[in-house]
Design a protein around this ligand. Sequence first.
Ligand code: FE2
Length: 390
Amino acid sequence: MFREDERTRVIEASGGLARLGALAAELGGSRVMVVSDPGVAAAGHAARAAEVLRSAGLEVELHIDVAENPKSSDVAKAAVVAAAFGPDLYVAVGGGSAIDTAKGANFVEVCGGRMEDYRGHDTATAALRPLIAVPTTAGTGSEVQSFALIGDGETGAKMACGDPSAAPRAALLDPELTLSMPRRVTAMTGLDTLAHAVESAVARPRDPSTDGRSREYGCSAFALVSAGLPRVLEAPGDLDARASMMRASALAGLAIEHAMLGVAHSMANPLTRHHGVPHGLAVGLMLPHVVRFNAADDSAAGDTIRGTYAALAAAAGLDGASDAALAGALADRCARLLELSGLSTGLRQLGVTAADLPVLAAEADEQWTARFNPRGVDAAAFEGLLSAAL
Ligand SMILES: [Fe+2]
């Protein structure tokens, strides 16, 4: 399921946190900088990780001062702690914020300067230190990606900062760590994984040499989420279902690494910025409308889009007599998963009005993810999509 030639080795094991010390030592670590966040620390996961590392004979510095949606200044704080300690390995324990802050601190501690200097890809000026990602949510995909998403210090806009050496060397997927997620977080991170799987499967490939891989990973991830998300919502203690969702998150993360995302993500950023809609909810709300919009493409690309949507639907066992019918079934399934999440199903419930749409549409059109959507879009198309989701 995970190809051997990816940069990140994926280790799936319930109770696998106990193996973190051996894994760190195997990767050459002796002084380990552990980056986590206060919520994860309160659940006991950060202290447990530190204890496992120490009992393997490693020196540990624990940094839990990580903010949600980390900014350049959060990275700078972590990098100062790292520079004083002098790590030879990083471990991130948490969701996307902790993993991205660890990646950012690795850039700044090793290469100097500040996060803004590393916007783009292949931007590290020296090889970064090995990083082990230990996710405690199932959603971001950052555990297998070479990018960190960090807020610009002045504008707050998300910067994608990436380098091949920033990708975690290993991702330790221990489903027991996701049991501490509140239902709302389980739902929102699950919807984010869903959107990653569906958007990246049809996105224009960022790396043409691996075209097809994002579709393969996306199909596997979608099948897992389609079956697994209802189960984790209904039976939060079901470890097999939690493991499915963690696997889906990593597979969908790899799909993004090869192909990028689409317009559900383009619209999510302004919805979060102007209306405080959490990322996973924003993409989950927009996704059914995006699938219907893309599937209706009557240009030459339309058949390919519908064919890929049909492959996603078929991977999850959905029925349809034609590619168009299967694409419709995919959109319906995405809408159903949003409904099952128990979160808002329309933008009006979140305080968005018709008068807000032109600004949201214009900002969505400026997002870099829009360029990777398989069907061309403009501000008018975005306004139509947002209006459908009101
Ligand atoms: Fe996302």
